[in-house]
Design a protein around this ligand. Structure first.
Ligand SMILES: *Cc1c(COP(=O)(O)O)cnc(C)c1O
Length: 395
């Protein structure tokens, strides 16, 4: 058995999405900007996909801009909010310390251009409060950008309440909903957000395609200059196959969302219960305010990297946090933002499951992780010191 439990990094393209995409690699190869009939067939596929994606988040199709990935959607949203603010002399942006690097690095770039950035504390439970946001907003605040679901620990932020604060103060609000769309209900009207990012490959669509929702009237700046594609806001011949695959995957992911959420939540509860039995372990992030599929644990006295390699050998694909930071020896910025000490943040394990996982797979994880943790602790000088009482246990 090989268990794929790294769906927060990326997911398999679903058979339905793949089937929807295939004609757009062969028969329907036209350029959607061309006036001839092959081009028009591609344009029709593009339009249908735009309507499907819009419907899934309760938007108008004119409010959907397809991008090359979730990161691009984040970049475009933030740069647009920053540019709009600058025109009114506002150069302050509010975000959080545990955003995805697509957000944090864009904010770093803006800081070099004279913007001021306030990164909110995310508390020990990994949830920002609307009061934190209200306190951080100033007269010169151009934009608030806060993720809907954290990609490493799975906590869900009170986006509707935060959006309300922003609306009352007349500040533009963007949410990176890449880990939310297709996994929990996302309704842009109910949330009342101005901009929202998503990525197809996080909900069983293909990699290399994302979308930015921008409410009517929110002026976007281009990240890619070029032709008149995407209402002039994103140059480049559209990735029609990818876009069609994204729409098909999203339609599928949202068709039975309540049922799927209940199923995945059941598996997750079993996972949490099983792994919590490991001594000196800790579940990171709020126990309740979380997306159905993502859990993140710390195990004292071991290195996350060795844990991942041994789990892979035992047929489990997991992650130590973000796929983007694996390979670096720095502990996760998300776990540090929760206030965890470096020693603890190093021994983290993220398991992200979804509707494609089975109960037998969860059993395999619950059986394997404690064995691997025991084995690694048996060889760990750090664990030895902890056990001999030379250093105090932190968890
Ligand atoms: C994956 C992810 C992104 C980036 O999406 P890409 O399509 O890989 O660029 C951005 N934000 C969050 C929260 C993510 O999980």
């Amino acid at each position: 058995m090989y268990v794929y439990a790294d769906n927060a990094a990326t997911t398999a393209v679903s058979p339905k999405a793949l089937e929807a995409m295939l004609p757009y690699f062969s028969e329907v190869y036209g350029n959607a900007s061309s006036l001839h009939s092959p081009g028009q067939r591609a344009a029709e596929g593009l339009q249908r996909a735009r309507e499907t994606v819009a419907k899934a988040i309760n938007a108008d199709f004119k409010e959907i801009y397809f991008t090359g990935c979730g990161s691009e959607a984040d970049n475009q949203a933030i740069l647009s909010g920053a540019a709009l603010g600058a025109r009114k002399g506002k150069k302050h942006i509010v975000s959080t310390a545990f955003e995805h690097h697509a957000v944090l690095h864009t904010l770093e770039k803006l800081k070099k251009q004279g913007y001021e950035v306030t990164l909110l504390d995310v508390h020990e439970n990994g949830v920002v409060t609307p009061d934190d946001v209200a306190a951080a907003i100033r007269d010169d605040t151009a934009l608030v950008t806060i993720m809907m679901v954290n990609n490493e620990i799975g906590t869900v932020q009170p986006i509707a309440d935060i959006a309300k604060v922003c609306r009352e103060r007349g500040v533009l609000f963007h949410t990176d909903a890449v880990q939310a769309v297709g996994h929990i209900p996302v309704d842009v009207k109910a949330l009342d957000v101005d901009m929202l990012s998503m990525a197809a490959h996080k909900f069983h669509g293909p990699k290399g395609v994302g979308a930015l929702y921008a409410r009517k009237g929110v002026p976007l700046v281009n990240v890619i200059e070029g032709g008149q594609q995407e209402r002039g806001k994103r140059g480049g011949t559209e990735n029609i196959a990818g876009i069609v695959g994204m729409a098909a995957a999203l339609e599928e992911a949202t068709a039975d969302l309540d049922k799927d959420m209940a199923y995945v939540t059941g598996l997750r509860e079993k996972l949490i219960e099983g792994l919590s039995k490991i001594p000196h372990s800790r579940l990171n992030g709020d126990r309740e305010k979380r997306v159905p599929g993502t859990v993140n644990f710390c195990f004292e006295g071991i290195e996350g990297e060795s844990l991942l390699l041994l789990l892979d050998a035992r047929g489990i694909a997991a992650s130590s946090g973000s796929a983007c930071t694996s390979g670096s020896l720095d502990p996760s910025h998300v776990l540090l933002a929760l206030g965890l000490p470096h020693e603890i943040a190093h021994g983290s394990l993220r398991l992200s499951i979804d509707r494609m996982n089975t109960e037998a797979e969860i059993d395999h994880i619950i059986e394997s992780v404690p064995q691997v943790v025991d084995y690694l602790r048996g060889m760990s000088p750090v664990w030895d010191e902890l056990e001999r009482g030379l250093t105090p246990h932190l968890i």
